[in-house]
Design a protein around this ligand. Structure first.
Ligand SMILES: [Zn+2]
Length: 412
C-alpha cells in the first residue's frame, strides 16, 4: 500500500515541502530510504525503526521503501523523522492515511519514540503556512516557536503513541494557543549618553547608526573601541515585524532559539579573529548560517581586523556589496541573507602604540606597513568612515561637557 505524509526541509533560510512516500511490497525484508537523503538522514532509518519498535509497531518483514520527494533537493534535517514514521504507520494501516493530508510533520524521533525539537521550526512553520497546510505537528518544546506566526493549528506532540492516538481519532491533541509572551522589561541597552571624551569616535558611531555606514575605528588598545561598539546597538530602534521574522528565522536555522516570540533587538555579532571562513560566512556539513548572517539587519563587530585570516577578510566583500552570502555546493548554491553594517576596529601597529601620546611604538616601519596592508584595499573601499580613536584626556572625562548628541533613530 502506498501512502504519503508531508514534512519540509530547510534550504538556506527558506523551507520547501518534502513529500514522504512509503510503500510496502514484495521483496527482501528491509527499510530503504531514497530521494537524496544525505548521510545524516540515512540515520533516520535506524531512529524510525527503533522508535516504531519501542512503541509496539513492528514493521512487517517485507520490503519497505520510503521516498523523499523532490528527489533533486538535498534533505539533511532529522526533523523529517516524524513524517517517515507516520508514512510507514499509514502504509501498515495503523493510522488512516487521509488524516495525514494537510498536516505537516516536523520533529526528530528518539529511539524510545519521544519527539525532540529540530532546528529551523519557524522556517518550517512559515513554509507550511505559505503552502496551504492547515496544521503542523511539532515537538512540545518547539510549539511556541511554531505558533509565533499564527495561521496554523500547531499540535504539540510529546511522543509517537500520542500522535498515533490523535491520528486514529482516539484522543485528539488540542491546538497550541499562540502564547503571547508577557512583555519583557526592556533590556538595559546603553547608548553613548554616558561616554565621556572620544568625541570623534562617538560621532562616527552615530553616523553609522543613522546613515547605515560601515565604520573603522583605529587606535591603541584600551581606549574604548570595544566599549563603543557594544553601545552602538543602543542607538538602533527595535526591529520591525518583517526584519524580526527574517532575523528569527536565521537564528532558528543556526540552532539559536529566540527566548520568546520574535527577536526584536538589533543583533550584534562579535566573532573572535580566529573564526574560520565557514564560521564567518556559513556552510559546514549542515549548511548553517555564519556570523555575517547572524548579524543580518544588525551590526557585525570585528575587533583586531588585521588579525582575521586573509580568507575571512576577502570573503567579506560579497556580503558587504550584495547583502547576501552564496555558498556554492557540489549541486547548486545556497544564499543566506547578510545585510549587516560592519564596525571594525584595529590597532595602528602590531604593538598598538603608534601615535600614542605617552607610549612608544616598538615596531619597525616595515612591520607596521605589513600589518596595515593585511586589510586589503577592496575591503577598505567598502568602509565609509574611518576615524582614529585617541585616549581620552583626563580633563575631557572630568564632567560631561560633550553630551552625546546620539538620538535614537526610531520612536522614543
Ligand atoms: Zn607599534
Amino acid at each position: 500500500m502506498l501512502t504519503r505524509s508531508y514534512s519540509a526541509s530547510v534550504l538556506g533560510v527558506e523551507g520547501f515541502v518534502v513529500t514522504v512516500e512509503a510503500d510496502v511490497g514484495l521483496g527482501l525484508p528491509g527499510l530503504t530510504l531514497v530521494g537524496r537523503a544525505s548521510g545524516a538522514l540515512m540515520e533516520a532509518r535506524e531512529r524510525v525503526r527503533s522508535a516504531l519498535g519501542h512503541c509496539g509497531h513492528k514493521l512487517h518483514p517485507r520490503k519497505q521503501v520510503v521516498n523523499l520527494a523532490p528527489a533533486d533537493e538535498r534533505k539533511d534535517s532529522p526533523g523529517i523523522d516524524l513524517a517517515v514514521a507516520c508514512a510507514l504507520l499509514a502504509s501498515h494501516e495503523v493510522v488512516p492515511a487521509e488524516r495525514l493530508q494537510g498536516l505537516m510533520l516536523w520533529g526528530e524521533l528518539s529511539l524510545d519514540g519521544s519527539l525532540r525539537p529540530a532546528a529551523g521550526t519557524l522556517v518550517i512553520a512559515d513554509c507550511a503556512r505559505r503552502m496551504g497546510f492547515t496544521s503542523l505537528a511539532v515537538a512540545e518544546a518547539s510549539a511556541d516557536e511554531a505558533a509565533v506566526l499564527g495561521g496554523l493549528a500547531v499540535l504539540p506532540v510529546r511522543d509517537l503513541p500520542q500522535l498515533v492516538a490523535h491520528l486514529r481519532g482516539d484522543r485528539e491533541i488540542g491546538a497550541h494557543a499562540a502564547n503571547d509572551p508577557p512583555p519583557r522589561p526592556p533590556r538595559e541597552l546603553h547608548d553613548l549618553e554616558d561616554v565621556r571624551g572620544l568625541v570623534l569616535a562617538r560621532r562616527a558611531i552615530e553616523v553609522m547608526a543613522a546613515g547605515g555606514h560601515n565604520v573603522l575605528l583605529h587606535g591603541p588598545p584600551g581606549v574604548g573601541k570595544t566599549m563603543l561598539a557594544r553601545r552602538a546597538i543602543g542607538l538602533y530602534p527595535p526591529l520591525d515585524d518583517e526584519a524580526a521574522l527574517e532575523v528569527t528565522k536565521i537564528f532558528g536555522v543556526a540552532g539559536l532559539r529566540a527566548v520568546d516570540g520574535l527577536v526584536r533587538e538589533v543583533p550584534l555579532r562579535a566573532p573572535h579573529h580566529t573564526v574560520s571562513v565557514a564560521g564567518l560566512l556559513g556552510g559546514g556539513p549542515f549548511l548553517r548560517p555564519g556570523e555575517v548572517s547572524l548579524a543580518h539587519r544588525g551590526v557585525l563587530f570585528l575587533d583586531e581586523l588585521p588579525e582575521f585570516s586573509r580568507g575571512c577578510l576577502e570573503a567579506l566583500r560579497e556580503p558587504l556589496e550584495e547583502g547576501v552570502v552564496r555558498i556554492v555546493r557540489a549541486r547548486g548554491s545556497v544564499g543566506f541573507p547578510a545585510r549587516f553594517q560592519l564596525l571594525a576596529a584595529m590597532n595602528p601597529c602590531p604593538c598598538g602604540f603608534l601615535g600614542h601620546p605617552d607610549r612608544t611604538c616598538v615596531d619597525n616601519p616595515a612591520a607596521v606597513l605589513r600589518y596595515q596592508q593585511r586589510v586589503s584595499g577592496p575591503l577598505l573601499d567598502r568602509i565609509d568612515v574611518a576615524v582614529s580613536v585617541t585616549p581620552a584626556r583626563p580633563e575631557s572625562c572630568a564632567r560631561p561637557t560633550h553630551r552625546s548628541r546620539a538620538r535614537r533613530c526610531g520612536p522614543a
